[in-house]
Design a protein around this ligand. Structure first.
Ligand code: FPP
Length: 241
C-alpha cells in the first residue's frame, strides 16, 4: 500500500482519458453500466490522491461530445452517475479544499445534473486547493471552433485586427484559458488515441498510456505514471541546456 506520493517537479496539471469501463465489465460478464459504476469509484480515489500530493489541476475526461451517440440507456446511466457523484462526493471535494468546475457544454446536461454541478462550483469557488475539472460533453474541436467564433466577433467589433491574432489569442479564448496546459496526459486501457481531448492544450504534454482499465486505476497506478513522468526530459522542441 502506497501511503504518500510525492509531486514530481514541473507537474502542475494532469489530464486523464478514463477508458476501459466497458471492457472491465465484460471481463466480469457484466454490462457496461457495471463498469461505469466502478469507474466512478476510481475517480474519487485518484482525485483525492492528486489533491493530497498538492497538484494544481486534475482534468478528467468523463463524457465527450461524441458520447451522446451511445445507446440512450448508457447515456442516461452516465448522467445519473454524474449526479450521484456530485451529490455524494461534494463533501470530499470541499473537505479537501478542492475547486470544482466543468469544462464543456454544461447546458446539454440534464437539469438536475446542472443544478448539482452549479451548486458545487459555487460552494467550492473560494477554495484554494486543487482544481478538479470534469470535462463533460467536451470536444477539443468544438472548443477551438467556439474560440474562433469569439475571435471573429472581436475582429468584427474592431477590438482586434486579424494580423494581431496569435497563438495566445486562441489559447485565451479557449474554455480552459485560465488553466495551465496539461503536463501529463494519462490514458488507460492501452488505446493509442487522443479522442478529441484537449487537442490544443496537449501540444507538449508528456503522454503515459497504461494497459490498466480505468476501474482498476488507483493510487499505485498513479504513482507509476508519476514515476514515468519524472524520468522524462521535457525539451519543448529545444535542446538540452
Ligand atoms: C470510457 O470507457 C469511459 C467513459 C466514456 C465514461 C467515463 C465515466 C466514468 C469513469 C464514470 C463516471 C465518472 C464520474 C466523474 C462520476 P468505455 O465505456 O469507452 O470503455 P470501453 O472502451 O472498454 O468500452
Amino acid at each position: 500500500m502506497i501511503e504518500k506520493i510525492n509531486l514530481p517537479k514541473g507537474l502542475r496539471h494532469i489530464a486523464i482519458i478514463m477508458d476501459g469501463n466497458g471492457r472491465w465489465a465484460k471481463q466480469r460478464s457484466k454490462n457496461r453500466i457495471f463498469g461505469h459504476r466502478h469507474g466512478s469509484k476510481a475517480v474519487r480515489a485518484v482525485a483525492e490522491a492528486c489533491s493530497q500530493m498538492g497538484l494544481e489541476v486534475l482534468t478528467l475526461f468523463a463524457f465527450s461530445t461524441e458520447n451522446w451517440a451511445r445507446p440512450k440507456k448508457e447515456v442516461d446511466t452516465l448522467m445519473k452517475l454524474f449526479k450521484e457523484f456530485l451529490k455524494k462526493e461534494s463533501k470530499t471535494i470541499l473537505k479537501n479544499n478542492m475547486r470544482f468546475r466543468i469544462t464543456g457544454q454544461m447546458h446539454r446536461l440534464p437539469n438536475d445534473v446542472q443544478k448539482f454541478a452549479k451548486e458545487l462550483i459555487d460552494e467550492s469557488n473560494s477554495n484554494t486547493g486543487m482544481i478538479l475539472n470534469l470535462a463533460v460533453s467536451y470536444g477539443g474541436r468544438l472548443e477551438i471552433t467556439e474560440a474562433v467564433k469569439n475571435i471573429c466577433r472581436q475582429v468584427i467589433d474592431g477590438k482586434i485586427s486579424p494580423d494581431r491574432v496569435t497563438e495566445d489569442t486562441i489559447g485565451n479564448n479557449l474554455w480552459t484559458s485560465d488553466l495551465p496546459n496539461p503536463d501529463l496526459l494519462i490514458r488507460t486501457s492501452g488505446e493509442f488515441r487522443i479522442s478529441n481531448f484537449m487537442i490544443w492544450q496537449i501540444a507538449y504534454s508528456e503522454i503515459y498510456i497504461t494497459e490498466v482499465l480505468w476501474p482498476d486505476f488507483d493510487k499505485k497506478e498513479l504513482a507509476r505514471a508519476l514515476e514515468s513522468f519524472s524520468k522524462r526530459k521535457r525539451r519543448f522542441g529545444k535542446v538540452d541546456e
